[in-house]
Structure formats: structure tokens, C-alpha cells
Design a protein around this ligand. Structure first.
Ligand code: MN
Length: 421
């Protein structure tokens, strides 16, 4: 067992019941206080641990160089799995209630601990490359049923490879930053010529994304057996989509402006190590994938996912309850497929799962599916209805795992939609 995952461990820092951030989690992020410099931190209960200061005070001994003073986590993640694991284990021991080294030094504690309410969170990594997969069978089936043919909802390649496309990294933004409704071209129903204007079908996509360690040189491949050594951790990922723009533009090269105006991510990267206790089997894969996509062991994770819509000046309504475990293609298969041709990956690259829909109607991970193409509006708690997302709505996504012994969470990604300019 990874030392930091010990379910019996308790911290001397108060952790409220049902907190996303018990000592068994210790996710990494980038924060600042009152507009000062951005540096690395770890969440514990309602606190943020300042890793830059902790390193300068001499408490982090497992690595030699201060990689925590930068505005991004890339340098830390580039050290590789052994180092990031060692630092997380060290933090678990340092903040253990049985350890008095830091606990008894109130002066140092005051320097390294901040209230989460008093910090600003930033994008955790500089994202060199962003890939979006399409790995939920239920989602691909629903979309194929609506847009093409219910009898042949899945494209012929879908059960043979994890379909994906290269997205845009510059417009990936952290939770809390509002998103402006995009403008663009669309083809109205029964029209022959396109129109230009604000998207009428603004949608969210419930996804999770993994962040990679430094990969192998270009020309080399990463196998499914090796893949998890190259995965640092995960965030919740809202892949905003303009469905009307998408429908008109996507043939033949795939999504473009309908997707690249914004994607929003949760600020804390939960390590793959912390998710270890929540491994589960994935769906059975028939036909059997090719040898390079076969794998041993449990490669899916039991992560509860929720989406809420909060209209302005009103309460939030839960509109979706899904789970990461529904994904047909797992992260090891995605990474093995991504690199099988020799494509290289870098520390801090981001790989989104694709919309995560489950088998039931309340587990669909987009408004497109929840309202079935706009045919069945869904009712919110304030009595209003939604086919897609309205201006001034806030979309909130949450993720958490629990197994009876421990509960760890991802915090949330929350973003408000503003009118087109
Ligand atoms: Mn997507």
C-alpha cells in the first residue's frame, strides 16, 4: 500500500466530515494569496499547505530542488512518479497527528498554512498539448443515435480503438472564470444557407482529464502496462460545446470552433496514487481489442460525478449523476493508443476522457443527451426549464470517491455562462 493512502491515518489539521481533502488525498494545485506570486500547494481539510515555504523551511527532504516556487506544477510533475509519490508520502507523515516535528512549531505552521477561503486557485499546469477522447460507449451511442442512425449508432472503428482528437490548450481555464457564449456559423433546421450569431445550443460535457508525467522520446511507445507510471493525476473537466456550431462545421475533420472557445478544469490535481483504493473493473470489451490495447488488472476507477445547473439568484439543481467507471476505454488504453505510432507526450499534457454518460437517463453527461437534442426540456428546482444552458447559468461539476473507509474528492469546477459580446 502507498504510505499516504493508509486509511487509519489522521492529521493534526482539522478535517471536516465529508471533506474532499482528508489526509489520504493530498491533491496538488497552484495558488496565490492577495495577488502575490503563484506557487504550489496541497489541500488538506479547509487549508492549503504552501509547498514553496515548506521546502524553504527544510521540511521536504525527498527531492533536492525547489520545484514549488513556479506558477505551474510542470517542473514537479516532470520529476516523475517516484518523486511525486515520495513527496506525497512525506507530506502525509509530516501532517500525521503522531508527528510533532511541524505540529509543535506554531511559527512555521502559521507560515505554511492558509485558509482555502483566502487563496486564489489557478490553472495547475501549463498545458502543452490537450487531447480529447470519446471513450464513453453510452455517450457515443446516444450522439450517433441522434445525429446519424439508431441502428448503426457507433462508427465501425469505435469498438476497436479509443477515438480522440487534438484539442486546443490555450483556452483551458480554471474553475471560477466565466465563459462567454460563443458566436459562429450554424445551419438552422430546414435551411440551405448558414447564419451567423450567438450559439443557441450552449452545452457542457461532463469529463475527467488526466495529466501526464514526462513521456518517452518521439518514436517510442508506452504500453498499457507502463501507462499508469506516466499518469500523474486527474481533474474534473467541463468541455464546453456549442452544439449548433458543431453540427455545421464538424464534417470532415471534426470539432473546431464549437469546442475550442473554452474548457474549464477543477484546480486540484488528485494523484493517481490517491485513487488506488477505488480501482474497479471496466465494462467487458467485445470484440477483444488488439494486443497493444489489452491490459491486466483493474484499470477503471469508481468516481462519482455530479452536474448542477444554478440559474442566477436561484438554487442549484442536480441534473446528472454519473460515474467515471462507465468509461469503455480506460486511461491506460488511451495512452497506449496515443503513443503506439511514436507520438511523444510531455509533463503537464492533458488528456480528457470524453463525455462520461452512464446507462440511465439521469446519468447522461451533456444537455444534448439529457434533453435528447432539445426535445425533452429538463425541469430545474425553481420551475424553469432547460434544453441547453442559458446566459447567466452557472454549471458546477463535482467528483468524489468513497469506499466505506475513506472519502476523497476533487472539489469542483464551477463556471458561469455570460452573454455573447
Ligand atoms: Mn469533449
Amino acid at each position: 500500500m502507498i504510505d499516504a493512502n493508509n486509511p487509519d491515518r489522521k492529521s493534526f489539521i482539522d478535517v471536516p466530515e465529508n471533506s474532499d481533502f482528508p489526509i489520504q488525498n493530498l491533491p496538488f494545485g497552484i495558488f496565490s494569496v492577495n495577488g502575490d506570486f503563484q506557487r504550489a500547494g496541497v489541500a488538506l481539510g479547509n487549508k492549503v499547505i504552501d509547498l514553496d515555504t515548506l521546502f524553504k523551511l527544510g521540511y521536504i527532504k525527498s527531492i533536492d530542488e525547489n520545484v514549488f516556487e513556479y506558477p505551474m506544477l510542470n517542473a514537479f510533475i516532470a520529476l516523475g512518479k517516484d518523486s511525486t509519490r515520495a513527496v506525497r508520502n512525506e507530506l502525509a507523515n509530516l501532517f500525521d497527528e503522531k508527528n510533532y516535528e511541524l505540529q509543535n512549531n506554531k511559527g512555521h505552521l502559521n507560515q505554511v498554512l492558509f485558509d482555502q477561503n483566502n487563496v486564489e486557485m489557478h490553472l495547475p499546469v501549463e498545458i502543452g498539448d490537450y487531447t480529447d477522447f470519446y471513450s464513453s460507449r453510452e455517450h457515443a451511442t446516444n450522439v450517433g443515435t441522434m445525429f446519424r442512425d439508431p441502428k448503426n449508432a457507433l462508427m465501425p472503428n469505435w469498438l476497436h480503438l479509443p477515438v480522440g482528437y487534438h484539442g486546443r490548450s490555450s483556452s483551458i481555464i480554471p474553475s471560477g472564470i466565466p465563459v462567454k457564449r460563443p458566436k459562429g456559423q450554424s445551419l438552422p433546421p430546414n435551411a440551405e444557407t448558414p447564419v451567423f450569431g450567438p450559439s443557441q445550443r450552449m452545452d457542457f460535457e461532463l469529463e475527467m482529464a488526466f495529466i501526464s508525467h514526462q513521456g518517452k522520446p518521439i518514436g517510442d511507445s508506452i504500453s498499457t502496462t507502463e501507462a499508469e507510471n506516466y499518469i500523474f493525476g486527474m481533474v474534473v473537466f467541463n468541455d464546453w460545446s456549442a452544439r449548433d456550431l458543431q453540427k455545421w462545421e464538424y464534417v470532415p475533420l471534426g470539432p473546431f470552433l464549437a469546442k475550442n472557445f473554452a474548457s474549464s478544469v477543477s484546480p486540484w490535481i488528485v494523484t493517481l496514487d490517491a485513487l488506488e483504493p477505488y480501482r474497479v473493473e471496466g465494462p467487458t470489451q467485445v470484440p477483444q481489442p488488439m494486443p497493444y490495447l489489452q491490459f491486466d488488472g483493474k484499470k477503471n476507477f469508481d468516481i462519482n460525478l455530479e452536474v448542477y445547473i444554478k440559474p442566477e439568484n436561484s438554487q442549484a439543481s442536480k441534473v446528472c449523476q454519473s460515474n467515471f467507471k462507465f468509461l469503455y476505454w480506460n486511461m491506460a488504453q488511451q495512452l497506449a493508443h496515443h503513443t503506439v505510432n511514436g507520438c511523444n507526450i510531455n509533463a503537464g499534457d492533458m488528456f480528457a476522457s470524453g463525455t462520461i454518460s452512464g446507462p440511465t437517463k439521469d446519468s447522461y453527461g451533456s444537455m444534448l443527451e439529457l434533453s435528447w437534442g432539445g426535445k425533452n426540456p429538463i425541469k430545474l428546482a425553481d420551475g424553469s426549464e432547460r434544453k441547453f444552458i442559458n446566459d447567466h447559468d452557472t454549471v458546477i461539476m463535482k467528483a468524489n470517491c468513497h469506499n466505506g473507509k475513506t472519502r476523497i474528492g476533487f472539489g469542483e469546477v464551477s463556471s458561469k455562462v455570460l452573454p455573447a459580446s
